[in-house]
Structures are given as structure tokens and as C-alpha cells.
Design a protein around this ligand. Sequence first.
Ligand code: CO
Length: 210
Amino acid sequence: MLEDLKAKNAAWSRGKTEVDPQFFKRLENQQSPEYLWIGCSDSRVPANEIVGLDPGELFVHRNVANLAPPQDANYLSVLQFAVDVLKVRHVILCGHHGCGGVLATMEGGTQGPVDRWLANARDVLHRHQDEIDAQPDQAAKVNRLVEVNVMEQLRHLARLDTIQKAFAEKRELWLHGWVYDIRDGHIKTLLEIDADTDLDGMVRPDKVLV
Ligand code: CO
């Protein structure tokens, strides 16, 4: 079963050691990534690949619609470990245009675990309903909700104890809200937050930089 994948794995491993014989030896004992990636599970958005990073360079958490719900122990544990133990310098929360999870949030009709999971994204939609409705077509509505969702999730993340404690201790830590365009593979910055950012002063979540 899945012999093709195992063959690809063997070729990949061989290729890595041909270029750098110590590659796996170095990674065996420790990882020291500078970045935490929080992204969507979508197969078209493979975290390491789209930012050109090797194993060991990116700590990754992915879920449907790149949400950061404050009650999700999985995401909170990844964040805590990345910031407190691995001491990453950058947390990147990356959404993507054409996101199926965001589309499902808009269209409704979901059931079971997916429906419960998307409750967090529905809250974002309700808070920005007017802006989303004002977009010219369905694709534009989805893509704007994708962007607003990234900014809201990042603001929630920034308020967590893990992050506020790191900021208070003057640790080097920056938070980035990105959107990836699956049409051309490019990333755009939507929001950046550091220790000096006035979270309460952000009346709207879209202090768009680019
Ligand atoms: Co998605």
C-alpha cells in the first residue's frame, strides 16, 4: 500500500543527504525553528514549501480556516510550546484566498464537528457582515472574509497570556497576519503586531499595512 509515497520518501531522503550529508544528523538532537506557522489545512497551502523552509525551520499548526479559538487546547499548546520552549521570534498566521472553510462559513449548511469548529469564523462574519455584503461577487466576499478572519484571529492570539507575557518580558517576538493567494502563490501582509502595538486602540482590526 502507498508504495509510491514510500518510494518518493526514499528518494527525498537520499536527495537531502546527497546535498548535505549531515542534514538528518543535525536535526536528530534538536529543533530550533525561528517561526511558528498557523495556517489552513488546505492541501494547496503547504507551509514549509511556500516559504522555502527546510525541516527544522518552521513549527507548524494547521486547521480548517486557520482559526485561533481561545478554548482550543491543541492550538494553545502549540503556541505555548513554540513561544516558551522553542522561543520562536515570529508567529505567522496565514489565511488563503479561496478558502473552503471560509466559504462554508458564509454559505452555512454545515453539520457535526465542522459546524461546531466554524462557530469561531461565523462570529467574525457576523461582526463584518456589512463589509462582506458590500463586495461585488461571491469570490470577493470569500476573499475579504479570509482577510478579515486572519486579522481577527491574530488579534485574539495577541491577547493570550503566552504572548502578553513574552511581550512584557521584552522577548523578541513579532506577530504577522498574512494571506496567501492560491492564484499566483504570493503572500501579502495584512497586519503586524509587536509589543508596542496598542491592541485596544485598534478600533477596526484591519490596520492594513500593504
Ligand atoms: Co482554507
